[in-house]
Design a binder for this molecule. Sequence first.
Ligand code: CA
Length: 219
Amino acid sequence: MILIIEDDKSIAKLLELTLKTHDYKVKVASNGLTGLSIFLSDKPELILLDLGLPDVDGLEVIKQIRKIDQTPIIVISARDAEDDKVKALDLDANDYLTKPFMSEELLARIRGCLRRNNIANKEVFESKGLKVNFALHQVFVDDVEIHLTPLEFKMLSLFINNKERVLTHKYIQKEVWGYDSLDEYQSLRVFILNLRRKLCINNHNYIHTEIGIGYRIII
Ligand code: CA
């Protein structure tokens, strides 16, 4: 079941119809507290969460859910709310959609979240020409071996383990370097640029920039 937490009735209705047409079971909550109570009682597979709610702030809803488990959360936000988007991702929301969005985009994000599993447990990852052997620290693109530094390998592994998910600058810095600092954003940018160049065999473009937010690997 997918839980929609959205106070705008017309958007909630549209989401509900779209999902039901594609055979998803759906429940709708029109405020944060009802949403949290359905989350606790019904254990949804995924949550679509509007950030601007009349009672509890959407960011607070994410915090409460993450105290309990890792149910995928896709945040729905207004176009002018870039800050909130980043905050939501930093609080461990899985993805976001900006209003207005196409139903194709919504369905793709939902499928992405539901199919994402922990690739880290596998010894070898292979997709779209990219092959990573985690045990041997080897990387190939279209069978050409790519030599990565240990930090670059760590970053690529982080991306692969969060396939198709947007990772914020802050999140990447914390995971790869163990700290985050605003001064380091420029070096992160250069670092990603180098990694992207190394992986660019036959024009493969795996790491995509989400302007003002972070990066996402698409494989
Ligand atoms: Ca709203």
